[in-house]
Design a protein around this ligand. Structure first.
Ligand code: EPS
Length: 390
């Protein structure tokens, strides 16, 4: 059984998002304010639409925490949708409001069409409500809890925007995280950041949307999380699945990713340095092209995952489409929408990476109280130096 797992529920314009998280040890400090920091980061970013002016996301902790410390019991969270008050008829739980107009103008690129076929619907509302990226608010709340757990072991998970549309950030290696958090598009390259804002303005004027690239960095990760022994225990595969599951993500790379395919082996791997060059951690590498993952396991270097987002599919100037009811040519549905969600997606990417890393830490180090987990972790660290020659 998975040691750390969660489920979310909630429609985009329903009453609330709810989350149950299981598998945290007891004794972990956790507050609503801590979770709120990440929820606020997800709501920001230049290019968001009017919905974010309505919402002020906050996760209320319903269970699993007492006096600021986890109990080891399931954690229950609720994030209420402020916009619910404007949707009470359309999203009414009780029968009796069915007369509301059916939504049949299919949006290319969204879940509308396949979802309506699969779930036997003549209205796309029941599909788009749950397909909406509103659900990522719940994931980010879970990610914040995972981040709080990882912080106990010195593991930090951060992200930055590498590109929006045609505008790419310059610079390699670990970005200046303070600059990232100051940028309206979460990009450390100031000039690129300004050009990204300009590109979003142009897209908004044109009734269009923009995608891009974000990168997640997890630092302080110990060597040996995940496993080489079976396909579904490989941590690179688990991270890729988790990040690919974020709305609008169409590509995921780890470390050098696709660029490694063009290099000879002599330039694609990370030389293992001798002990006199290690500094504070054993088994350091000269480079990190593997993105901290070899053989499905962490190798002690930062874990780096990059994702490509397609431009979001709800367009101010809608694409040609067909009507769900008649099959006739129409324009796709539009009410309001974001223009670019790459900065928010980076925060969601952090959450998904933190969740996978927390799972992997729980698998390796167990423990019913955080102190027990820490003892197991310290015990393991004391074994990972050179093995000796005896
Ligand atoms: C979304 C459509 C928009 C976004 C929403 C995701 O919602 P609405 O239809 O209410 O304007 O704002 O994202 C969020 C609500 C959020 O919190 O991120 C979609 O279709 O995926």
């Amino acid at each position: 059984m998975d040691m750390f797992r969660f489920l979310t529920a909630g429609e985009s314009h329903g009453k609330a998002l709810t989350v149950i998280i299981e598998g945290l040890p007891a004794g972990l400090p956790l507050t609503e304010d801590y979770i709120a920091l990440d929820l606020r980061r997800r709501q920001g970013g230049y290019g968001r639409g009017q919905r974010q002016q309505i919402e002020e996301d906050r996760a209320e902790i319903l269970s699993g925490v007492r006096h600021g410390l986890t109990l080891g019991s399931p954690l229950g969270l609720v994030l209420r949708n402020r916009d619910w008050s404007n949707w009470q008829d359309i999203m009414q739980v009780e029968p009796g409001a069915e007369a509301s107009e059916k939504l049949t103008r299919l949006r290319p690129g969204h879940a509308d069409l396949a979802g309506a076929m699969k779930y036997g619907q003549d209205d796309v509302r029941p599909i788009l409500e749950r397909a909406s990226a509103r659900e990522t608010a719940a994931r980010v709340a879970v990610g914040a809890v995972a981040r709080r757990f990882l912080a106990e072991f010195g593991i930090a998970v951060r992200s930055h925007t590498c590109a929006i549309g045609e505008v790419a950030a310059q610079g390699q290696g670990e970005p200046d995280w303070a600059l990232v958090e100051q940028s309206p598009v979460r990009c450390a390259d100031r000039q690129a950041s300004e050009r990204m804002v300009g590109a979003i303005d142009v897209a908004r004027e044109a009734g269009d949307s923009l995608g891009g690239l974000f990168e997640v960095w997890a630092t302080g990760v110990p060597i040996g999380l995940g496993s080489h022994v079976h396909w579904d225990r490989r941590l690179d595969g688990r991270l890729a699945q988790a990040v690919m599951s974020i709305h609008a993500v169409k590509g995921v790379e780890i470390g050098g990713g696709f660029a490694l395919a063009r290099l000879p082996g002599s330039q694609a791997h990370d030389v293992i340095l001798p002990a006199d060059q290690w500094g504070d951690r054993p088994w350091r590498r000269a480079t990190n092209r593997a993105g901290g993952l070899e053989g499905g396991m962490t190798n002690g270097e930062p874990v780096i995952v990059r994702a490509a987002l397609k431009p979001i599919s709800t367009l101010g100037k809608p694409l040609p489409s067909a009507d769900l009811a008649t099959g006739e040519a129409i324009e796709a549905h539009y009410e309001r929408s974001d223009v670019c969600v790459v900065p928010a997606a980076g925060v969601i990417g952090e959450a998904m990476a933190a969740i996978v890393l927390a799972e992997a830490m729980r698998e390796k180090f167990g423990g019913d109280h955080i102190d027990e987990t820490k003892r197991n972790y310290q015990g393991y660290l004391s074994t990972i130096g050179p093995r000796g020659r005896e």
